[in-house]
Write a protein that binds this ligand. Structure first.
Ligand SMILES: Nc1ncnc2c1ncn2[C@@H]1O[C@H](COP(=O)(O)OP(=O)(O)OP(=O)(O)O)[C@@H](O)[C@H]1O
Ligand SMILES: [Mg+2]
Length: 234
């Protein structure tokens, strides 16, 4: 990704089970992200941070505005108005999304879950396994847990498996919704170290953090969802 430009983005939710009740999600969102930059969405609960992130991945549609994704080859695509098949293609090649909670199928081991994105990228099974184990060890997952399903892991362990899976073969744009919410400070720092590393490699990221220190360490820009502008002091 060369650049992402979000222009006048707005969302009004319509709740069909309540006779079409309208709920304001967010409006007047404008920001830009360059290659290798980290932008944080900042503001109190309920202001639409997660909803904006979902709009960038197009899990949610929008009611107004544009999300212009400029590719490295010069082409561009408006995520807000692109067709479903264009979106599927763009996600496959270019956009990763790390949700707050791990969603996995039962009976697949932690290592296999983390190795999967590497295998999809063409890495051999054996190399992918080695790299997945390295990533899990780096994030302080005990070796005895590697071969079991993370469904019985603690909240923080599950979150680390989720992050490991999200960043082991990062796509050019990575979206992170509170990736460190259930982690202690030591593991939070480990995750931030990894994010800084992939940022240096040119991965662009949009993230949400509860912890302001964390946000300061990683962010190049902070968009204040309340003031509807970049924050200078945060
Ligand atoms: N699918 C939906 N249908 C209806 N309303 C929704 C939907 N998703 C989100 N909302 C509403 O949009 C608003 C913004 O929600 P969102 O989850 O984006 O906030 P947030 O800034 O991420 O908050 P938090 O910091 O608590 O995670 C809320 O009022 C929420 O109730
Ligand atoms: Mg949220």
């Amino acid at each position: 990704m060369e650049k992402l430009i979000v222009k006048n983005l707005s969302k009004e939710f319509t709740v069909h089970t309540r006779g079409g009740l309208k709920i304001n999600g967010y409006d007047n969102i404008n920001f830009e992200l360059n290659r290798g930059e980290f932008l944080s969405l900042f503001g109190p609960s309920g202001l639409g941070k997660s909803s904006v992130l979902k709009a960038l991945f197009r899990t949610y549609t929008t009611t107004g505005g544009e999300i212009l994704f400029y590719k490295e080859d010069g082409g561009s695509i408006d995520i807000a108005s692109a067709s479903e098949s264009e979106i599927l293609g763009l996600r496959k090649s270019s956009i990763g999304y790390v949700s707050q909670f791990l969603q996995v199928l039962p009976r697949i081991s932690a290592v296999d879950i983390v190795a999967q994105p590497l295998i999809e990228k063409g890495e051999s099974e054996s190399v992918a396994q080695i790299k997945a184990k390295e990533m899990l060890s780096f994030l302080n997952i005990k070796e005895e847990l590697f071969d079991i399903s993370p469904l019985t892991f603690s909240g923080g362990e599950q979150q680390r498996v989720n992050i490991a899976k999200g960043i082991i073969a990062p796509k050019p744009l990575l979206l992170l919704d509170e990736p460190t919410a259930s982690l202690d400070s030591k593991n939070t720092n480990k995750v931030i170290d990894k994010l800084l590393e992939i940022k240096k490699q040119g991965v662009s990221m949009v993230g949400i953090f509860h912890d302001v220190d964390c946000m300061k360490r990683i962010s190049d820009k902070v968009f204040d969802m309340k003031e509807k502008k970049y924050a200078n002091n945060y």
